[in-house]
Ligand binder design. Sequence first.
Ligand code: HPA
Length: 247
Amino acid sequence: MYAIIGGSGLAKLSALQHTRRQVMRTPYGEPSGALTYGELGSREVVFLARHGYGHTIAPHEINYRANIWALKQIGVQGVFAVATVGGVRLELGPGTLVVPDQIIDYTHSRKSTFFEGADARVTHIDFTLPYSARLREMLLAAARAAGEPVVDGATYACTQGPRLETAAEIERIARDGGDIVGMTGMPEAALAREAGLEYAALGVVVNHAAGRGASQKEIKLEDLESVMKQTVTRAVRILEQALRSAA
Ligand code: HPA
């Protein structure tokens, strides 16, 4: 079974034919909300709203470990994560969909590993390619089939938030090689790898990052809502198609 973790603009998957909800407890505490089972693209999927169903959990307060643990616990094989992002590269403007292939992590003070504690062996995971090649290809093939343009490959820079970045911070991220910027990609992707879950992300660009393009002087948060709605609808279409063709 596949899971979809929905971000801002995707707190409810209205295309999902709900069957049941499951409240989970984990050794790491409670996930962002109940797991919602349903059907999408004629397949059973489980949906989890990363920020909670009422969008009340800020990026730095999300219990990423509980979310990933809960999905692992119920036997999920792969996770499709939807995340709104800012475009660092000018051509990645509002309304662009991106399937990133790399990550730079600028977050701090988040619980970012399952491998800790007095009785845990020191464990390292390989994270050279942070996203599952197979799930990325599923998304790209689905986008082609659905006729939805997506950008194949980008470096996702994950910042701590909840504030947006300064123009200088975005300049630095650009120099580092970041293409898009968001606040929730990490430690989610790393925890999925630690848990042995395949994981890929679909980035929904809702604004030019600070100091870039239309965001020279400020990021007008009130402008983001409508772009988010339209673009998330397209993201859901891609997910539906990906699940329809899933093996
Ligand atoms: N920065 C960080 N996270 C974001 C942005 C941004 O510009 N837009 C949407 N999520």
